[in-house]
Ligand binder design. Structure first.
Ligand SMILES: [Mg+2]
Length: 184
């Protein structure tokens, strides 16, 4: 897989609530790694709200859940105060070590995991580098992106252009709506 191919997600959904979890279960997925910022909550939110908690609790029947985030211990632990999920902070996605640590923590192999996140350059690219499939979701609130993320988005834009040119079918199928959802 080329660098650009590694940035193409397995699927795109408008939010974590829209993902077809039943289908994932059927495919043998046993664990879900969620990115935190702009995947579950916006950068300007501090904690998971009741809707998030109820939603994730329902998923626990079928999956092990872990939060895999590039942000600080303080931010992740505070966000997850009311729930009891294992988490990795300062994961340094797209580096592989956070993904590895997460798989070890849950005792699952790469074929049993799906990463769910809102960024091509960290979540999608990092997951694929680690052999994990990735579902891309719409950012909760793109305007709340941090500085480093704004930088990543600039690279992401260029990568999207390359994907559109080199893999037009995959682009149309998995990324066009993602781009449209953030420009409309
Ligand atoms: Mg994010």
């Amino acid at each position: 897989m080329s660098l650009v191919q590694k940035c193409i997600p397995y699927a795109y959904y408008a939010s974590i609530a829209d993902i077809d979890y039943k289908e994932l279960r059927k495919q043998g997925i046993r664990a879900l790694f969620f990115d935190l910022d702009n995947t579950i909550i916006g950068y300007d939110e501090i904690k998971l709200n009741d809707t998030h908690v109820t939603f994730l609790k329902a998923l626990e029947k079928d999956f092990k859940i872990l939060i895999l985030s590039n942000t600080s211990y303080k931010r992740v632990s505070l966000a997850l105060e009311d729930v009891d999920y294992p988490f990795i902070w300062h994961a340094k996605k797209p580096l592989k070590f956070g993904f590895k640590k997460a798989m070890n923590k849950l005792g699952v192999s790469k074929d049993e995991v799906i990463m769910i996140g809102d960024q091509l350059m960290t979540d999608v690219f990092g997951g694929h580098r680690s052999g994990i499939n990735v579902i891309l979701v719409k950012s909760v609130k793109r305007k709340s992106d941090r500085k480093i993320t704004q930088f990543n988005r600039k690279i992401e834009k260029r990568v999207l252009k390359v994907i559109e040119k080199k893999y037009p079918d995959l682009y149309r199928e998995r990324l066009k709506t993602y781009v449209d959802d953030h420009t409309l």
